[in-house]
Design a protein around this ligand. Structure first.
Ligand code: BGC
Ligand code: ZN
Length: 369
């Protein structure tokens, strides 16, 4: 069976032949991969800056954003059947008995760093024809979401962040007024970046009732900006408005959801965070030269305005389930906008094209129909 792989040692990428996986455990599920999404993490892995093959293997099979169709289940699996659609999770627990997070099924909060990730860290990914994994790592997707369910994994990043934000904000009175009571205070969010993670984040926040702005580099018109306006959010180019003007326009910024991985830009916007505001980082910047920031201003604001700064990586089952529910709701509210996020389709033997050049919003590798 064919698979797309990276050889970090040889610094090459290409198609490899791998054995067809078999059901081994009673709770195993075998899926045919339909599509795999390509993201910045894949690009980094293919420039040999990130990513680790499994022990004893020279190569890593790529792909962590996937959609599959069940073809066979082990004897203990009663709630999935052939033909069902599933999105597998990415991260698998570490083996340390003392890792409370992994031992509780929350490997997205793994303490030891010895977790593995399919397609990223020491486990083969999904850019291949067939995959076997355990039932507890599969999320069932309703069949009407077939053409957009490949967005589930990148959407989980926003869903995990939102779950955390809502938990943290239980520290203060944080309820939205009933519509019509317009004098009351409600929540305003700024999303940094108009790539797939940013746009899916904007959809999540609008859907959750946040008045939402997307602040990003490109000037309008752009594909990203038109998605933003079509879901009822506002788009602002950072080339046209400084952070101070952004903050003046928005008012009290309750939440910044960062999805660019550009640290200087992010810390610049942190200055504009409002009273009781939270700032969530989801981007992973490269190793760049240090920049100077006004740490006293940031610290003063954080204390005097009760602010919180949070980083969030990967996602648990709750975020996958929320992503699948929200995709169904995006599909009802904004069927065209959500589809317009998927801009490129490539066959498996051309997987290198969307990795080499980053065009459009979300590019996908089509493996089976
Ligand atoms: C994936 C996450 C993963 C992270 C770090 C992201 O692209 O979506 O699942 O945890 O990379 O490896
Ligand atoms: Zn990704």
């Amino acid at each position: 069976m064919k698979a797309a792989a990276v050889y970090p040692g040889k610094r090459t990428i290409g198609l490899v032949d791998v054995d067809e996986p078999k059901i081994v455990l009673a709770n195993d599920v075998k899926i045919r991969i339909l599509r795999v999404g390509v993201c910045g993490t894949d690009r980094e892995i293919c420039s040999f800056e990130y990513g680790t093959p499994p022990d004893g293997s020279e190569f890593l099979v790529l792909g962590h954003e996937s959609l599959g169709e069940v073809v066979e289940v082990g004897p203990d699996v009663s709630d999935l059947k052939p033909g069902d659609l599933v999105v597998p999770m990415v991260r698998r627990p570490c083996a340390h008995p003392e890792c409370l997070a992994c031992r509780s099924g929350r490997q997205d909060f793994c303490y030891t760093g010895d977790f593995t990730e399919r397609g990223i860290k020491q486990r083969y990914g999904f850019m291949t024809e067939l995959v076997v994994d355990e039932r507890q790592y599969m999320n069932h997707v309703p069949s009407e979401l077939r053409d957009i369910a490949i967005l589930t994994e990148p959407l989980t990043i926003a869903e995990k962040a939102l779950i955390e934000v809502l938990q943290i904000q239980q520290r203060l009175p944080w309820g939205c007024p009933t519509p019509g009571q317009s004098t009351q205070y409600c929540h305003k969010a700024v999303v940094l970046g108009a790539g797939p993670v940013g746009l899916l984040g904007a959809m999540t926040l609008v859907n959750a009732g946040f008045q939402t702005w997307v602040y990003s580099r490109d000037r309008e018109p752009s594909a990203g900006a038109s998605v933003v306006t079509s879901i009822g959010a506002k788009y602002i180019s950072s080339q046209d408005k400084s952070v101070d003007r952004l903050a003046a326009e928005v008012g009290n910024i309750d939440l910044v959801y960062e999805a660019v991985g550009a640290s200087q830009f992010a810390f610049d916007v942190l200055r504009g965070l409002g009273v009781n505001g939270l700032f969530v980082f989801t981007g992973v910047p490269g190793h760049n030269a240090p920049v100077s920031i006004d740490t006293s201003l940031i610290m003063r604001n954080m204390v005097l305005k009760n602010q919180g700064l949070l980083g969030s990586v990967n996602a648990g089952r709750d975020a996958f389930e929320a992503a699948i529910r929200d995709l169904a709701s995006f599909n009802r509210k904004w069927p065209d906008a959500v589809r317009s996020l998927i801009t490129g389709h490539f066959p498996l033997d051309q997987f290198e094209t969307p990795i080499a050049s980053h065009d459009g919003i979300k590019n996908v590798i089509e493996i089976a129909a």
